[in-house]
Design a protein around this ligand. Structure first.
Ligand code: DLL
Length: 427
């Protein structure tokens, strides 16, 4: 097994690494980024006030709007000459947010992916097909650099063109697939459609992330593709993929906390929450030069576990992130995460896991319509079947809904991040 010393140091050693790096990051942004300096001054904090890790709480939060308001380069802490790469992530509205990397940032990012690869036992013996999008999205190129560093053979195919994906998977002997879970599911369904094809493939592992996916979805993908599926988490604002990754125990994702300090807060009150408490994940980057980010509110919901892991790594683990606070729908006062529908469907095992949720408002009443795609075996099901599925979902989510059953392959498939919720109340 191959790992960095920082992945298994003691909590005290980690705290000492983090404090030193935090202090130098705060000094850097205070000096180089007027936007941060003004926010810190408004809060009455100076770099010298950061004397312990808990002093982090004195600092203001950063949100996506801060990146938008300073578009394109307002939060950069390095000169244009030092920046060697730009990525961007488009939101649903307005300008994208832009992130810049110095040479050192790219090197750190590469190391984060190397850790991810080793944790999933990927090395020079492997051929990795990268079906995350290449381009401004961080998925493709981010994973690419780390995969090359472990000396795997890289197929930079990018997302989409499913026929070609499967053809190359067979011809080039792909052993590792890297893509979103929803695309892995789609590839699995396509492969299954061709009898005998799976036995000609050498696929054994997948590195899946970029969107929430449930434990049930992992089992479905693992069974369908006959592989071992690992979760990888990250976001452009922090560095891209590789902020956290799973080891063979698949019991939480190890956060690369020697580079990114995590906190959990209550998204309503913004108060800090303790280990094991579920809330919003907040990150402070402590080694990034191009665009260091202080207390970034990710909107992702998870909990932190500081217990050492059986794998030997002591890096804190975040529980599998199955939803975002801004994914949460409030239907007639009841909180609903789309992942609850996914889990209910996979639990029942009568339908595929493809669904759409359409939310509307009639007068003052919220209405929810779920369109669920059937499996070949259950297609054309009876009214009884429909009632059974509806009552199971209603039982799981605690809300009544209208259910529509769609024929197999009717719903849209995604090559990148999936879109399953259509909230028409805002229109
Ligand atoms: O999705 C980076 C990435 C690429 C991660 C490839 C993993 C693999 P963004 O486009 O900025 O970056 O989207 C970040 O996606 O805040 C989460 O809400 C969600 N997300 C990413 N990974 C996971 C995951 C990339 N493993 C946003 N589980 C994040 C759940 C995830 N959600």
């Amino acid at each position: 097994m191959n790992w960095d010393l920082q992945e298994c140091c003691t909590r005290e050693e980690m705290a000492s690494i983090q404090l030193k790096r935090l202090q130098s990051t705060i000094a850097r942004v205070y000096e180089k980024v007027p936007y941060y300096r003004e926010k810190m001054e408004a809060q009455g904090v100076k770099p010298k006030d950061i004397m312990s890790l808990s002093d982090l709480r004195k600092l203001p939060f950063t949100e996506k709007t801060d990146l938008r308001d300073t578009y394109p380069f307002g939060l950069f802490a390095a000169s244009q000459e030092e920046i060697i790469r730009l990525h961007a992530s488009s939101g649903t509205t307005g300008k994208p947010i832009v992130v810049g990397y110095t040479e050192n940032d790219i090197e750190i990012w590469r190391e984060m992916i190397v850790r991810t690869m080793y944790a999933a036992d990927i090395s020079a013996k492997d051929t990795i097909q990268i079906a995350y999008g290449y381009g401004l999205f961080t998925g493709g190129m981010g994973i690419h650099y780390g995969a090359e560093k472990v000396k795997a053979r890289v197929i930079p195919i990018s997302g989409g063109n499913t026929r070609k994906q499967i053809e190359l998977m067979e011809d080039f002997g792909t052993t590792v697939l890297a893509c979103t879970p929803s695309y892995a599911l789609h590839l699995g369904e396509e492969i299954k459609r061709h009898p005998g094809l799976r036995s000609r493939l050498q696929l054994k592992t997948a590195i899946l992330g970029a969107e929430p996916w449930t434990e049930q979805m992992r089992h479905q993908i693992e069974n369908l593709l006959e592989i071992d599926a690992y979760d990888i988490y990250g976001l452009s604002e922090i560095i891209g993929p590789g902020v956290a990754y799973e080891c063979e125990n698949k019991n939480g994702l190890h956060i690369n906390e020697d580079h990114f300090i995590p906190e959990i807060i209550d998204p309503e009150t913004l108060d800090p929450l303790g280990a094991g408490e579920y809330g919003e994940l907040v990150f402070t980057t402590i080694t990034k030069e191009g665009i260091p980010i202080i207390r970034y509110r990710t909107r992702d919901l998870t909990a932190l576990n500081y217990e050492p892991c059986e794998c030997g790594r002591s890096l804190v683990r975040m529980s599998k992130c199955e939803g975002r606070s801004d994914d949460m729908l409030i239907i007639r006062g009841v909180n609903l995460f789309p992942s609850q529908i996914e889990a209910a469907l996979l639990d029942l095992n009568l339908t595929s896991s493809h669904y759409e949720l359409h939310v509307s408002r009639e007068g003052t009443l919220d209405k929810i319509r779920a369109v669920v795609e059937m499996k070949e075996e259950t297609a054309g099901g009876t009214e009884l079947l429909q009632r059974k599925i509806r009552s199971h979902i209603e039982h799981c989510i605690g809300l009544s809904l209208d259910l529509e059953l769609a024929a197999p392959n009717q719903l849209e498939r995604f090559t990148g991040k999936s879109k399953r919720v259509f909230d028409n109340r805002r229109n």
